[in-house]
Design a protein around this ligand. Structure first.
Ligand code: HEM
Length: 431
């Protein structure tokens, strides 16, 4: 029998799940073990697998289902698509955009908005709201990566609309009671106006680029190169899907990375020393970034402790063997990177922020670490996220030390990405 974690009759664990899913997962594993049937009352059961062996089974054999709300909000891009033929077609369209050599050539495109933000708002002696800043920076990087710097695209409008959209989608997905979207509240009206504006900017930019390619390695130019039988409408959906899948996740990962570095002076010092050694004050290039190891390790470690995509859901059409148990056909399953990334059977000192663990050769279960998912749906943009991460951590380290004073306890709020609350506001000191 699979251990069952029961909640109150009818309601089951639903309220707990909505209020504190991560606390609930941790307790499920502590009290019931590595495979647990979570009782969702009248909504049935959800099976949670926490050991890497179980994660492997779920992510290699499960099917991702329809994401109705996301599809209504954003259209039918890769991120919102269920497993199946249409998903395969879309995956083939997007994969070439993230090839290594193409990404390396995007470095100047990403560096520009980053430097602009740091020059304008980051000063020694200032306290900086990391969440607000990293949101602005990752939105600006995403907009430039998509459209390039050609003056015929209204990038300011795209930035403002995307910024609003991210908050709105978060709210729709993760608030217990939301006002129906058909009601004419200010937020609902703004959503309709902003999504229409964003679709228009993307559609116009597609038309303009088709007439005259930008000559830059942008997402838009890349999509047009591979367009095949995709309609423009479908390409717009893909851009929206990348926007929402790739902005908040990367921004939040970087908030955690900088926050954790501010709390852990020794790895932060080593990161700064390596950057100074390899780059001095020079701007990073694709080639020279490859020589750096600490920025990548710091991001990996932040993604281990606070994976933005903290849980992934699947269904299985056939019975699924997990360890000594069999989960029935038709079952709904969930895996949580947050829990597995802290599994003491797999990780030494799991609670400790130690980027150095990524710099020594260690044998690890292939499914012990999956911040970008695994199997067919593994994050298509992970290399882009890592490039953004390298750039932000390197550029900040060239200029600043972050002092967390006063050290506050930071909790987590599960939303589209797992966000720190309250938002860390470190003091900037000269590097
Ligand atoms: C640190 C940053 C990021 C994290 C933690 C992350 C995490 C993930 C995870 C866990 C999945 C798998 C979802 C599933 O299995 O259902 C995923 C899928 C996806 N991600 Fe990311 N992601 C990040 C950045 C990005 C970026 C920068 C982009 C685009 C530029 C992106 C685009 C996508 C897309 C389109 C999918 C859907 C893939 C598919 O279903 O085939 N992500 N991401």
């Amino acid at each position: 029998m699979i251990p069952r974690y029961a909640g109150p009759p009818l309601l089951g664990l639903n309220l707990r799940f909505l209020r504190d899913p991560i606390g609930m997962f941790c307790q499920a594993r502590r009290d019931h073990g590595d495979l647990v049937e979570l009782d969702l009352g009248v909504a049935g059961s959800l099976y949670a697998a926490f050991h890497p062996d179980g994660v492997r089974q779920v992510l290699l054999n499960g099917r991702r289902t329809h994401r109705q709300l996301l599809r209504e909000l954003l259209g039918k891009g890769l991120f919102t698509s269920p497993s199946g033929e249409d998903w395969v077609r879309r995956r083939r369209l997007l994969t070439p955009l993230f090839r290594a050599e193409r990404l390396a050539s995007m470095t100047p495109l990403l560096l520009r908005p980053l430097d602009e933000a740091l020059d304008r708002r980051w000063r020694p002696g200032a306290r900086i709201d990391l969440a607000a800043e990293l949101k602005k920076i990752t939105v600006a990087m995403m907009v430039d990566a998509t459209f390039g710097t050609a003056p015929d695209v209204d990038r300011a409008a795209a930035r403002a609309a995307l910024d609003f959209l991210l908050g709105y989608v978060d709210h729709q997905l993760f608030t217990l009671l939301t006002i129906p979207r058909s009601w004419p509240t200010p937020d609902n009206r703004r959503y309709r106006a902003d999504i229409a504006a964003l679709r228009r900017v993307i559609g116009d930019a597609l038309t303009a680029r088709r007439r005259r390619p930008s000559g830059q390695p942008t997402f838009l130019d890349g999509l047009l190169d591979n367009q095949g039988d995709f309609t423009d409408e479908e390409l717009v959906d893909e851009i929206l899907s990348i926007f929402v899948a790739g902005t908040e996740t990367t921004g939040t990962a970087l908030v955690w990375a900088l926050h954790l570095l501010s709390l852990n002076p020794e790895p932060a010092r080593r990161l700064r020393a390596e950057v100074a050694d390899v780059l001095g004050a020079d701007a990073p290039t694709g080639d020279r970034l490859r020589l750096l190891t600490w920025p990548r390790a710091a991001l990996r470690e932040a993604l281990r402790l606070y994976p933005p995509a903290w849980a992934l859901r699947r269904v299985v059409d056939e019975p699924l063997q997990i360890g000594e148990h069999t989960v029935p056909a038709g079952a709904r399953l969930i895996v949580s990177s947050y829990v597995t990334h802290r599994h003491e059977g797999v990780w030494a000192r799991p609670e400790q922020f130690d980027p150095g663990r990524w710099l020594v050769d260690q044998q690890r279960h292939r499914f012990a670490y999956f911040p970008f998912g695994a199997g067919a749906h593994q994050c298509v943009g992970n290399t882009f996220a890592q490039l953004e991460g390298d750039l932000v951590l390197t550029r900040v380290a060239q200029r600043f030390r972050l002092d967390p004073l006063p050290a506050r306890r930071t909790g987590t709020k599960p939303a589209i990405a797992l966000t720190p609350v309250p938002a860390p506001t470190p003091l900037l000191l000269p590097a």
